[in-house]
Design a protein around this ligand. Structure first.
Ligand SMILES: Nc1ncnc2c1ncn2[C@@H]1O[C@H](COP(=O)(O)OP(=O)(O)OP(=O)(O)O)[C@@H](O)[C@H]1O
Ligand SMILES: [Mg+2]
Length: 475
């Protein structure tokens, strides 16, 4: 970037302070804080920038930089000549971006490899793992081909955007998070409820794409291969028939363009600070419009879709007689038979549903599955508790019977795997408070601990006071 002092010709007219420059005399430090300059000189952009920064952020150390663009000194145009404080960090970042992009280019995963990776973390949900693995491979193979052969861009391509259905806490978000981690692509998760049709009250749907750029550390190039995950999509269904708010319809319509192929401005038109920031970052020179295209961004939406199974059941009932009909308790399996018409009846727009060709339901988790999560998932919440105790030098171990009991209690919560955290939190609260201040180094969690945690803790503390820790069955 050129330094601001020899850049005065490029001051845009709206920022000119005077029409006629005064005759230059001595170089002075002006009290406006805009740098050393001759009385007739216009204030430098660095100075202006600093002023704005102070004005906006009160000099609290926030660097003014436009979304997606580095602070001055790291801008395009300096040709990497100007060494700044952050230049080595910027170099590292650049290297990271390049390797992330190369990773996408070198994508050669097979669906089974992705499924196997997911097995390490996610218990059950076999159908979802299979469907997701295939869709992800198809999409990133296409992205790779387009990167290698840009002429493929002209070919028709329907993105395999995904609709994930299923009750709460069964691993919908967890599946996608793990996929994004495996692929190393930028990933963001948002709740559909935070958007409003106009963007005046809630967020604008285009903010999703800008958030993705932020998740990619400001690298728009990388962000265009990312994954946008929108949760609670069922909450923007609008069906006056079913008593649902009609404003969700507008949000669905706004999402349509985004889900296919559109250019999104990197700086939100309503974000005054970012707009000013953008102007300052580039020394006031007009740059070409900075946008990101959504062609390669994969959209995955998910929701619990309460009562959708009733709609599906009614449809199946109407078309099947006798044995083919699903029983009342089989309703859950109905979710996997969801058809476009069911989703439209539920309150989604047909154009919206049409852009979600890949649909799969996650099953609810039974107590055996919850126990399996505690035992086998690499992301098991039990590991987190073990680590918490480890932090105090306490070795916690939960035996099989206790794991089964925790799972049974969690299943009663009816919040899927989230119930495990609720149960463990209540169980260990007092242990975590008292034990770190004792000499207890081993905590064995057995069925009795689960049945009566208070008694178990009292026993440990009593034994500890008596110095009989070794004789304690819990420790
Ligand atoms: N099938 C599973 N296997 C292993 N862990 C799971 C599974 N399902 C959920 N979990 C655990 O529970 C947590 C919450 O799950 P997740 O966020 O995926 O729920 P969800 O299905 O997206 O629910 P919601 O509809 O409420 O958003 C995860 O972070 C993970 O630790
Ligand atoms: Mg979720």
């Amino acid at each position: 970037m050129e330094t601001s002092d020899n850049n005065t010709d490029e001051v845009p007219s709206d920022l000119k302070l005077r029409d006629e420059p005064l005759a230059p005399t001595d170089v002075t430090v002006f009290p406006d804080g805009m740098g050393k300059r001759a009385p007739g000189d216009r204030p430098s952009f660095e100075g202006l920038r600093e002023q704005f920064q102070n004005l906006l952020f009160g000099g609290v150390g926030i660097e003014v930089s436009a979304l997606g663009f580095p602070p001055s000194g790291e801008n395009e145009g300096d040709g990497g000549k100007k060494k700044t404080r952050g230049s080595s960090a910027a170099g590292e970042k650049e290297e990271q971006f390049r390797s992330a992009r190369e990773k996408i280019r070198a994508f050669n995963q097979k669906p089974k490899q992705i499924r196997d990776y997911l097995q390490r973390f996610v218990i059950k949900q076999d159908e979802a793992k299979k469907v997701l693995s295939v869709a992800i491979c198809d999409h990133y193979n296409h992205v790779r081909r387009c990167l290698d052969h840009p002429e493929e861009l002209n070919m028709d391509y329907s993105k395999p955007n995904i609709l994930l259905l299923g009750p709460t806490g069964v691993g919908k978000t967890y599946l996608i998070r793990n996929i994004a981690k495996l692929l190393g692509v930028p990933f963001i998760k948002a709740d559909a409820t935070k958007f409003s049709e106009t963007g005046y009250v809630g967020n604008d749907v285009e903010d999703l794409v800008r958030d993705l750029v932020r998740a990619a550390d400001g690298n728009a190039d990388l962000a265009q291969y990312g994954i946008v995950f929108i949760d609670e999509i069922d909450k923007i269904a609008s069906s006056p028939e079913l008593g649902k708010d009609v404003s969700g319809r507008g949000v669905q319509v706004n999402l349509l363009k985004l889900m296919e192929d559109t250019d999104v401005n990197l700086v939100a038109p309503h974000d005054i600070a970012a707009q000013m920031n953008l102007m300052m970052s580039f020394g006031g020179r007009r740059r070409k419009k900075e946008t990101i295209n959504t062609r390669y961004i994969l959209f995955i939406v998910s929701g619990a879709f309460d009562k959708l199974n009733e709609i599906i059941r009614r449809r199946i009932d109407a078309t099947t007689i006798g044995f083919g009909r699903p029983g009342k308790n089989e309703c859950e399996e109905c979710l996997n038979q969801v058809a476009t018409e069911d989703l439209i009846k539920f309150g989604l727009e047909s154009e919206f549903v049409g852009r979600l060709p890949v649909r799969v339901a996650c099953e609810s988790l039974k107590k055996e599955d919850l126990a399996e999560i505690l035992r086998a998932s690499e992301g098991s919440i039990l590991r987190q508790y073990e680590r918490d105790f480890e932090g105090y030098g306490i070795n916690m171990h939960m035996n099989d019977a206790a794991i089964d009991d925790v799972a049974a209690l969690a299943a009663k919560e009816k919040t899927g795997a989230r119930g495990l955290m609720t149960v463990l939190e209540a169980l260990f609260r007092d242990f975590k408070f008292h034990l770190p201040s004792t000499n207890v180094r081993d905590l064995r969690v057995v069925a009795e601990t689960i049945a009566n945690p208070r008694k178990a803790l009292e026993e440990i503390l009593r034994m500890e006071i008596l110095g009989e820790v070794a004789a304690n069955p819990y420790a």
